[in-house]
Design a binder for this molecule. Sequence first.
Ligand code: AMP
Ligand code: MN
Ligand code: MN
Ligand code: MN
Length: 286
Amino acid sequence: MLNIDLHCHSTISDGVLSPAQLVERAALRGVETLALTDHDDIAGLVEARQAAETKSITFINGVEISVSWRGRTLHIVGLDIDPGYAPLVEGLTAVRAGRTQRAENIAAELAKSGIHGSLEGAYAYVGVRRLIGRTHFARFLVEQGYAKDVKSVFKRYLVKGKPGYAPHEWASLSDAVSWICGSGGHAVIAHPGRYDLGKNVLSDLLDEFCALGGSGLEVVTSSHTLEQAQRFAQHAKDRNLLASCGSDFHGPGESHFDLGQLPEFPPGCTPVWQHWKNTITAELAY
Ligand code: AMP
Ligand code: MN
Ligand code: MN
Ligand code: MN
């Protein structure tokens, strides 16, 4: 079992636990190194870091940036970022700005299918209003009995071609990677198995991502089967990308792996934490 978790969410975005509660749960479940990676927002990092210090957890500043690339939405995780880096802070503010209008569009689309009151219903699940997202609508739809759980909602609603889908333009891949790398962090493609990319498109994405300075690929995640983890471990090796791991925990019962439950990497992966392990070792040497 890995005791490192580099992808999870708090109430700042679409998680159900506050940053401090999340750290507490991670500590109870044996996590020793944790990154908080809220969607498009870094407002939870200070609280999480303080909580991590009291639990002797090594805390890594993180974020998960929403990106539009060739008409698809991708997620890029930034690890070991500097939350004070102005282009990152300003870039995230701009990415977040569209969420309020998109939420209204989603509600209007759901209303066309006879589902009313979803905007207010979704807001009841939101921690920070500017971060309203599809998960909040999903929780409302579960509450109303449209599906048995959040995962099932996304099979029938809120995705392309289904009721409640509203297209949206997020950050560009090059902006997201440059905000992360410019702040001294490492950019990682989150849950690549979720995007359903054909061989050639995946190859283009990896080419472009590497050329922009991206350094990692999420290999172990709740979104991947064992076979996908093995496949993306191979892609990482082929491209000299580092392997990352994260539960993508949003709340108890909402993801395949809970905090502290991640299986080991497939053999031959170079983990992304060699970056900060090297820094720590170098500091100790002086
Ligand atoms: P948004 O950034 O508002 O478009 O919401 C994206 C979030 O919706 C993801 O981070 C997940 O939390 C959730 N989500 C998307 N697809 C699924 C899925 N198939 N199953 C469960 N949650 C999903
Ligand atoms: Mn989410
Ligand atoms: Mn994601
Ligand atoms: Mn996530």
